[in-house]
Design a protein around this ligand. Sequence first.
Ligand code: GLY
Length: 325
Amino acid sequence: MEPIDRRTFLAAGAATAASLGTASPAAAKADKSGAVFLSTWKWGVHANTRAAEVLDGGGSLLDAVEKGINVVEDDPNVMTVGYGGLPNAQGEVELDAGIMDGTTHRAGSICNLHKIKNPISVARLVMERTRHTTLAGEGALQFAIAMGFAPMQLLTPKSLEAWLKWRSTPDRKSFWIDGEHHDTIGMVAADGEGKVVAGCSTSGLAWKIPGRVADSPLVGCGYYADDAAGAASATGDGDVMTNYCTSAFIVQQMARGAHPQEACEECMRMMARSAPDIHTDMYCVIAINPRGEIGAASMNSKQPLQYAHWRGGSGTLETAAAFLG
Ligand code: GLY
């Protein structure tokens, strides 16, 4: 998919709406065509490949999404997720993640986790081993240690050097009002038998104020899943996207019969309507329904969303439609 201008985007959305306007949640049942994985950014290619391996090997869809996301969390070259993620203003790597099971409508999430490189796995344990949904900070770290995770240094020589460089820049942005580097690994998956899962993991905004939490670990913001409608995930400026509950919004659109692409486009429209200067930063979403139909959209083509798409045993890297051209 190539970036398209707003008029084309709108026309495409209208066409999609016209062709899919009669769909209903009841119609969203599996076609048994196999599993589909959709992940944000180029590192999503490796995440999807691992997820498909796990599912093929007899794992559940939750296992597949968790283990797929682990690949990106473990990669020191992805400097916005997990090990090697850029730290907060004090030089501490602070991780956020969340996962949701569309069948049980249960979610687990972790905020401001230090020293543990796989927050998505800790989030899954919050979902499965506790009656809570979210653990944060020191409590999250103690829970992870109790679950057998080993604390480690998450700064790499590369991320430490980047932080030292930022800190020694006299005119550096204050980050009380601005920021940069806030990508995620977001994954949505359908197993071809009617089940969907969504997950999201990030180190958040580079040089953030310690304690900052944005969309990625928040249910309905960074991820959302419901077998009756579909799953969605968001990436981009989470401080802004949190205010729109993007993932829940998209799943709600699908519950009302929208195709995932139409639902993603409607999310961008909804954001643009309330914020005229929205074109200034990166806002992107992906979605899937239980039939394995997919959607992806970014707010503008200057900061396009690349997403990885796995279907029928092979994967591609594609570019999402851009709302503002
Ligand atoms: N969307 C990731 C973040 O802003 O932390």
